[in-house]
Design a protein around this ligand. Structure first.
Ligand code: ZN
Ligand code: ZN
Length: 349
């Protein structure tokens, strides 16, 4: 079958022929419906080398860690999964036995150091291919919802969902405000999820006008970048500041904006991995502000994300590419030329 393979560090992935996978015990074979192209894939094939990459991710493997598909074949011992049914794939694969895996949070598997891979498309073959084998446990049923547009939900939907879910205590009650910094794929999903889960006023900011228009359509109030940005955000909150800030960039200036906008007792979640720094001091930030990072989400939360999607409450904005256009999708992602999430749909050519 054809697949987009990460062959070696610091080089472009290649579209090539690989063996069609066979589902092992407890696994299923999926005919891939959609595989989202994620910025972290670019980190994998462009930035990492043998020293800096996680040890569970030596090349070669098929890229694609946000996947959906139709069940084609059941591996030994699998029951309760509908052949031909459409499913979204929870990407992370932990040991399945530790406390973190027991709560469906394979991202923080306590035995990750001894696992041979981290996730589908992260050390183990992913979904940028005609077929994909995954553990049956990782499947979330999509029913009659479109599986191609659903693919990014497993990362671009789940990551903001997890961050927002943990911040819900800050947003419960009347007169609350949330701030979304950075309106790429995850930020746009963040706006939609905040609108679906809370009654908070959602403020959103980005340097790109078209991204802010899209966030307004989803119900956000937007504030442009530049001089006086934090002051304008604070004005929208009646001067008190924002109860929960989600920084989908994570660069030094966006973290500084987050800390300048947050209210006393507020929470700042750094979702973006731009690796910016912030100098904290006791009197330099409002009292009792929580500042945290976040990483992907849980299997339980992915079921909740799919429930929102199936109810029509959240809709990922996608641009669909055939498998033979997948390398072009990565090129445009890397060049910053995409405004929607690129989804590779192998059944479309
Ligand atoms: Zn990703
Ligand atoms: Zn585990």
């Amino acid at each position: 079958m054809r697949a987009i393979v990460f062959e070696k560090f610091q080089s472009d992935p290649v579209l090539t022929d690989v063996a069609k996978p066979t589902p092992g015990p407890g696994e299923v074979l999926l005919k891939v419906a959609g595989a989202g192209a994620c910025h972290s894939d670019i980190t994998i094939f462009r930035v990492f080398d043998a020293e800096t990459a996680p040890p569970q991710m030596p090349p070669p493997f098929v890229l694609g860690h946000e996947n959906s598909g139709w069940v084609e074949e059941l591996g030994e011992g699998v029951t309760g999964v509908e052949v031909g049914g459409a499913y979204l794939v929870y990407g992370p694969i932990g040991c399945g036995r530790c406390p973190a895996c027991a709560r469906g949070q394979d991202t923080y598997c306590e035995n990750a150091a001894t696992m041979p891979y981290l996730a589908s498309g992260l050390g183990r073959d992913g979904g940028m291919a005609e077929y994909l084998a995954v553990p049956a446990r990782n499947l979330v049923p999509l029913g009659d919802a479109d599986p191609v547009a659903a693919a990014p939900l497993s990362d671009a939907g789940l990551t903001p969902y997890h961050a927002i879910k943990l911040a819900l205590p800050k947003l419960a009650g009347g007169g609350k405000h949330a701030l979304v910094i950075g309106l790429g794929g995850l930020g746009q999903m963040g706006v939609q999820i905040l609108k679906a889960l809370t009654g908070a006023t959602v403020i959103a900011t980005d340097m790109r006008e078209d991204a802010m228009r899209r966030a307004e359509e989803a119900g956000a109030v937007t504030v442009p970048g530049g001089e006086g940005q934090a002051e304008r955000i604070r004005e929208l909150t009646g001067g008190k500041g924002v109860d929960a800030v989600f920084d989908f960039v994570g660069a030094a200036p966006t973290i500084a904006l987050a800390m300048a906008s947050v209210a006393i007792r507020g929470r700042v979640t750094i979702v973006g991995i731009a690796d910016g720094s912030f100098e904290w001091s006791f009197f330099g930030v409002p009292y009792e502000v929580e500042m945290t990072s976040t990483y992907w989400g849980t299997l339980e939360e992915l079921h909740e994300v799919v429930a929102l999607y199936r109810a029509g409450r959240i809709t990922p904005d996608v641009e669909v590419f055939g498998l033979d256009e997948g390398l072009e999708a990565y090129r445009r992602l890397e060049a910053g030329e995409l405004s929607a999430r690129a989804v590779v749909a192998p059944t479309r050519g």
